[in-house]
Design a protein around this ligand. Structure first.
Ligand SMILES: [Fe+2]
Ligand SMILES: [Fe+2]
Length: 345
């Protein structure tokens, strides 16, 4: 079998060769060098330090050429737990920890059944919230069924982390390491959970809002990455495509066991505004539930404070001012209640 080995460190090559050859042919691809013309068969193995943004960006470009390679195994150092979710965000179908075994047997690559199972590796459990989230998202992107257990695991992990360490710690950590849509959804869930805890929601309602936030943009898993990750403004056609994501998410989740009507409502309606100017259904105030109102505020706030390669994150007070200027579309009383969460006071 052909094993395409993408790395940022040529010094890692001899060990891989010693381990895999002659049974398997190793085709190296060192970042900064020209590509090797990878074909659709074979296995892709990636060993790159994803904590270095320029490295992750280079790798992203390479992976865009390789969407036809079905199995993508990422090797991450055991101590770099944040790299696990990052790996899934970049399209890994399985992630292994280097401490467990320096290089896996090819059989393990062949039989790595799903990203979710790899994420269940106890060595990687510390970042399991983000990893479960990322594996859920990549499953949907690959056309596999959504695993509600992944969403539940991600949500309860985030509820625990935000409850324990506070929202600011969560925001800092997520913004440092996670890619576009993943970062956004992890931030929205953190913000929504902090909001629910701050206004004294019951444990059940915190989880309910958390699950709605975890899943709110799941429909984006079916939107082309070229549109999702496009830096700068979208043209009207691209805008129309991205505006389909609430309905796509709703269709993906409708009828799935464990998904309550409130979650479906949040997924479909988190872009609705009280004045009827939102989408996809143009709902008016009386038709928009409290859970959706909280989710919408959390969603907009998180989008404003995200960190993107092409712009610095907006300071939280500035983001809060923008939200305040949207009173009428968003509920005034809720915006005032959100002040503490937004400003971290
Ligand atoms: Fe959305
Ligand atoms: Fe969103």
């Amino acid at each position: 079998m052909l094993v395409y080995f993408v790395t940022d460190e040529p010094t890692k090559l001899p060990a891989i060769r010693a381990m895999l050859e002659p049974q398997h042919a190793v085709v190296p691809w060192v970042l900064d060098s020209d590509g090797t013309g990878i074909r659709a068969h074979g296995v892709l193995m990636v060993d790159v330090d994803l904590r270095q943004m320029p490295r992750a960006d280079q790798l992203k470009l390479i992976l865009q050429e390789l969407t036809a390679v079905p199995e993508r195994l990422f090797v991450v150092p055991a101590h770099a737990r944040s790299m696990v979710a990052q790996a899934y965000a970049l399209g890994a179908t399985a992630v292994i920890s280097r401490a467990k075994e320096a290089v896996p047997k090819i059989a393990q690559i062949e039989y790595a059944e799903s990203a979710a199972e790899a994420a269940a590796d106890p060595a990687l459990a510390m970042d399991s919230g983000a990893a479960a989230f990322a594996s859920m998202f990549s499953n949907v992107r690959l056309g596999r069924p959504l695993k509600v257990a992944d969403a539940k695991r991600a949500t309860s992990e985030i509820v625990q982390r935000v409850g324990q360490d506070g929202l600011s710690t969560w925001l800092d950590e997520v913004r440092r390491y996670h890619e576009g849509t993943f970062q956004h959804c992890l931030l929205v869930t953190g913000v929504a959970v902090a909001f629910a805890l701050d206004v004294g929601f019951s444990e059940r309602d915190v989880s309910r809002l958390g699950m709605a936030a975890t899943l709110h943009d799941i429909g984006k898993a079916r939107i082309p990455l070229s549109i999702l990750d496009k830096p700068g403004r979208l043209d009207p056609d691209e805008e129309a495509i991205i505006r389909r994501h609430p309905a796509i998410g709703y269709d993906l989740l409708r009828g799935v066991a464990g998904i309550s009507p409130e979650i479906l409502d949040g997924v479909r309606h988190h872009h609705e505004y009280l004045d009827g100017s939102g989408y996809p259904d143009g709902l008016k105030a009386s038709q928009i539930s409290d859970l959706v109102r909280l989710l919408t505020i959390s969603d907009i706030f998180a989008a404003l404070i995200e960190s993107r390669p092409y712009r610095a994150p907006m300071p939280r007070p500035d983001a809060y001012e923008i939200l305040r200027s949207m009173e009428g579309k968003l509920e005034g009383a809720l915006l005032r209640a959100f002040r503490n969460v937004a400003l971290g006071s």
